[in-house]
Design a protein around this ligand. Structure first.
Ligand SMILES: N[C@@H](CCC(=O)OP(=O)(O)O)C(=O)O
Length: 529
């Protein structure tokens, strides 16, 4: 059942994420009281203006280090978890004291990936958020580090904040960090680096962003881009800006809202103009006139540079503080589809051919006939990645020792590839069956590995296990019973259990699919090398 966040007209939901380096001093681990107080004032101002606020706060480990007088984060995981447990109660009491001064109630919400992998628990968490927000409370979210070990961690609090923003259907996610914004080159080494104020399509982002995180936190700029990708796919405008100036948040929101209104009124005037001239919107789309609906200066590309950030805000006539704003996709992925993509951890990969991809785009389910191969061990009703490959004709299937499982996995190298590193970006391991000796490959690859490279288009919850799918791949549904001795469903995955990155309307339109682009008609399936 779809969950709806009932909001008053004009009411915004704003998620503010603060990393460890914004909460405690990197060396002394003393809380940075001036920043925290400014965040509290900003959040209370937003509340007073009728908006809803969620804070995602790291810092438990840092505060725990201070409490136990330890100089640095230990290597031993249980010790880190213990420090987080010590620090979390101090951290939340610090927030409570600061907000208490302004009589603003807060709540502590601790999450792990496992908590939300179960649909009911995901909905419970969502319902709690809805209730807290409608009571005027500010939830303060962190990862539940006591339970989180490597494989169940969100990865970092940037991703946690994006998942939270998706869960509460936020309008804005602020990723507060130690730089003003993204630059097209590293500004430390390139004095001519230009700031990027708006990113319309995150898949096209090719900025030379630094990936270095702080000594305590786990994130860096690359985790922020992953988070921005995830949040914008859920319809959340995502902003990177400097954490030492939290007062800027309101000015940035005012500016972004002003830009959104300008865009809407520009769209309306285009619509009126077309209607006055007897052109319907569908005709306009055919004539490609819809491009005129884009932000005023957006027609030349997806990145608008620094000048825009310096233009006065329509509301205040003040210069707009530097920031980078990632625009949300036009068809946000919400509710169950968002949960399939980002709540569930994938347990394996199903490789499908172009025909199956076309069928999925036409809203069909996934039939065994379109499945080329399977990787991993997963059970029925678990989540898997869906990867499109070019099926090799039987005659040209060849043995390739370049893709044995003994080789290191290819890693994303560009920032936009790194941006997929937590959720979408899977270095694809070719599921060649082979014995302990690499020279004894038992089964040749059944699809093209490099040209075009396989790429992920979405995730599915499957009706059959990996073992079962290995036995029915390539067969017609009528043959499932013969192959397995039973047939639970004619589909390997029902359409309602398949979610695409980017847009459900994604469909393969070019015969050389995946060859030269990481973005296929709005999907953000990534080419993997
Ligand atoms: N959950 C952990 C921190 C996770 C983390 O390192 O996050 P971040 O500082 O945002 O990269 C804590 O509260 O200390």
């Amino acid at each position: 059942m779809a969950v709806h966040m009932r909001k008053q007209p004009g009411q915004l939901t704003v998620v503010i994420k603060l990393g460890t380096s914004s909460i405690v001093d990197e060396k002394t681990h003393q809380p940075l009281l001036s920043i925290l107080s400014l965040i509290v004032e900003t959040a209370c101002n937003l509340r007073a203006a009728g908006h809803r606020v969620v804070i995602v706060s790291s810092g438990a480990i840092g505060v725990g280090l201070r409490r136990m007088n330890l100089p640095r984060r230990p290597k031993h995981l249980p010790k880190v978890q213990a420090l987080a447990a010590i620090g979390q109660c101090r951290l939340i009491s610090l927030w409570d004291q600061l907000f208490g001064n302004l009589e603003q109630p807060i709540a502590q919400v601790l999450l792990t990936r496992n908590d939300i992998a179960d649909r009911t628990q995901y909905q419970n968490a969502q319902n709690t958020f809805i209730e807290l927000l409608s009571m005027g409370v500010i939830p303060i979210v962190n990862e539940n580090d006591t339970l989180a070990v490597t494989e169940i961690k969100f990865g970092d609090n940037d991703t946690l904040s994006a998942i939270t923003a998706g869960m509460v259907q936020a309008d804005y996610l602020f990723l507060m960090t130690d730089v003003d914004c993204l630059y097209d080159k590293n500004p430390r080494t390139n004095p001519d680096a230009k700031s990027i104020s708006v990113v319309e399509d995150i898949a096209e982002l090719a900025a030379d962003v630094s990936s270095a995180g702080s000594a305590l936190g786990t994130g860096g700029m690359s985790t922020k881009i992953v988070a921005a990708r995830l949040a914008t796919s859920a319809g959340v405008t995502t902003i990177i800006t400097k954490s030492s100036k939290p007062g800027n948040i309101s000015a940035i929101i005012a500016h972004a809202e002003g830009q959104r209104e300008t865009k809407l009124s520009s769209r309306n005037s285009v619509t009126n103009f077309l209607e006055d001239n007897g052109v319907s919107l569908s005709q306009a789309a055919v004539l490609n006139l819809h491009n005129t609906n884009h932000e005023l200066s957006a027609s030349t590309g997806s990145l608008q540079e620094t000048q825009l950030a310096r233009t006065p805000s329509p509301q205040t006539d003040q210069p707009v503080p530097l920031h980078t704003r990632f625009l949300p996709i036009s068809n946000p992925i919400r509710d169950r589809y968002f949960w399939i993509l980002h709540g569930l951890a994938p347990h394996g990969t199903i490789y499908i051919d172009h025909g199956a991809w076309t069928a999925l785009s036409d809203k069909a389910g996934l039939l065994p006939v379109g499945i080329v191969d399977v990787d991993g061990h997963f059970a029925q009703q678990e989540a898997v990645r869906i990867v499109v490959v070019k099926r090799l004709p039987r005659s040209s299937q060849r043995v390739s020792i370049s893709a044995t499982n003994d080789q290191p996995l290819p890693q994303p190298t560009t920032p936009s590839a790194a941006a997929h590193a937590v959720h979408a970006p899977i270095p694809i391991r070719h599921p060649i069956q082979h014995s302990a000796s690499t020279s004894q490959i038992l089964q040749p690859p059944q699809y093209e590995l490099h040209n075009p490279a396989p790429f992920e288009i979405g995730r599915a919850v499957v009706n059959y296990s990996a073992t079962e799918i290995r036995r029915i791949k390539g067969l017609h549904s009528t043959q499932i019973h013969e192959a397995l001795g039973y047939a639970d469903s004619e589909y390997v995955a029902l359409r309602e259990n398949i979610a695409f990155f980017g847009s459900e309307r994604s469909r393969p339109t070019t015969p050389n699919f995946g060859k030269s682009s990481t973005s296929v008609n709005g999907t953000e399936g990534i080419e993997l090398h």
